[in-house]
Design a binder for this molecule. Structure first.
Ligand SMILES: Nc1ncnc2c1ncn2[C@@H]1O[C@H](COP(=O)(O)OP(=O)(O)OP(=O)(O)O)[C@@H](O)[C@H]1O
Ligand SMILES: [Mg+2]
Length: 373
């Protein structure tokens, strides 16, 4: 997948600019607060259907303007014709997305058309940080590969929210009909089993790929393993077992925890509590791995995300690196750049001297303007 160009109108601090990209390494450099991350944010918007850092779309609109507009041209491979995605983000009302001129009825229709892997400094804590970081890593990767995964997530989160409201009512002394608890446990178990099966399958592939990258990066002999941990999964289950048996396991654990859940007014069981267990030499990496090993593991997970996307779709995603290289030592930096040598990468950086070679396109960001060199 190659991102050819993107046009920004009233997006963040960019009034009206077109960024043209090369299929190899693209470096957007410039001083702080010039718009480098804004430019990546615009590209990644089409992979996720939302910003990676704004909680509301409205934040993306240039101060004082009523709407932002983005238009992305990309190809599946070098020979294929250019596809276009556009997004209009208004101050009020829903965003409008088009693909090749036709309006899409939902965001879900867009996700998966353009795929990208984002590396930003927050990802360096993927191993050290809480489980929600790792679940969201899986959710973002899987949504781009399987549109139905987004449906399962939406169904699950809706049921979870409704059960939480009911738990609060019950905790406040309101009488709740027993069948209501069954309905929500059933919805959570059905959608949850589909989510767990996909995550489990993904983590299986991830583990092998992470292990390869990690050993290469650290010259190490200690191969890490990643295992998906869930209420829906028992030893030796297959994908199909998780869909059928996992649903029953989830239903059982959600139902069994009702009393406790009412007491604390929270959902203590379900796939929103799942995690990836990461081990090196059978030991929990969060507790025993060195800081350097945990960073290398986190980077390996992002590199592996690209490999799995290629495996599932036949082509590499676009790699977007926001400010992450300056956080790394020289060895890790050159390892990452070496791994991504034959892929399209778009990097933001305050310095441009990390990048050498003929195949690098330099772009300067200055006050929201793009200056090509
Ligand atoms: N909605 C908006 N309208 C106008 N300007 C905005 C908007 N949102 C953010 N900005 C401005 O955009 C500027 C550039 O932000 P950006 O995060 O892209 O900087 P950067 O070049 O990546 O800097 P750094 O090197 O510090 O990461 C900031 O000064 C910020 O105030
Ligand atoms: Mg930035």
């Amino acid at each position: 997948m190659i991102c050819k160009e993107i046009t920004y109108n009233n997006f963040r601090n960019i009034e009206n600019e077109t960024l043209k990209l090369s299929p190899g390494v693209n470096v957007i450099h410039g001083e702080n607060a010039q718009g480098k991350s804004n430019m990546l944010e615009g590209i990644y918007f089409f992979a996720r259907g939302r910003s990676f850092r704004a909680s509301k779309d409205k934040e993306l609109i240039r101060f004082g303007e009523s709407e932002a507009h983005l238009s992305l041209g990309f190809t599946r491979d070098e020979s294929e014709r250019i596809s276009t995605l556009t997004a209009t983000i208004p101050n009020q009302g829903k965003k409008i997305i088009t693909r090749n001129g036709a309006k899409l009825s939902s965001l879900k229709e867009m996700i998966g058309s353009f795929r990208a892997v984002l590396f930003c400094p927050a990802h360096l804590t993927l191993v050290d940080g809480g489980p929600s970081l790792r679940r969201s890593f899986l959710d973002i990767a899987l949504s781009q590969l399987y549109p139905a995964y987004l449906d399962s997530l939406a169904q699950y989160n809706r049921a979870l929210g409704q059960r939480t409201a009911l738990l609060r009512d019950a905790a406040a002394g309101k009488k709740i009909d027993a069948y209501m608890w069954e309905i929500y446990a059933d919805q959570l178990a059905k959608a949850g089993a589909r989510i767990a099966a996909r995550r489990w399958e993904y983590v299986g592939g991830l583990s092998d790929s992470v292990s390869e990258f990690f050993c290469e990066m650290t010259d190490g002999k200690e191969a890490p393993t990643l295992t998906y941990k869930s209420d829906a999964i028992e030893a030796d289950m297959t994908y199909d077992d998780i869909i059928t048996e996992g649903e029953k396991l989830l239903f059982g654990s959600i139902t069994a925890s009702l009393e406790k859940d009412i007491k604390y007014a929270m959902n203590s069981h379900g796939v929103h509590r799942d995690d990836i267990a990461i081990k090196i030499n059978q030991k929990d990496a969060r507790l025993y791995a060195s800081q350097g090993q945990r960073r290398s593991l986190a980077l390996s997970m992002k590199l592996a995300e690209g490999e799995l996307s290629k495996k599932a779709t036949g082509e590499f995603p676009v790699f977007l690196l926001d400010d992450v290289l300056s956080e790394l030592d020289r060895n890790r930096r050159s390892y990452i750049l070496g791994c991504l040598r034959h892929r399209q990468i778009i990097v933001t950086s305050c310095e441009d001297d990390h990048f050498k070679g003929d195949n690098v396109k330099f772009i300067t960001a200055s006050g929201g303007r793009i200056i090509e060199q």
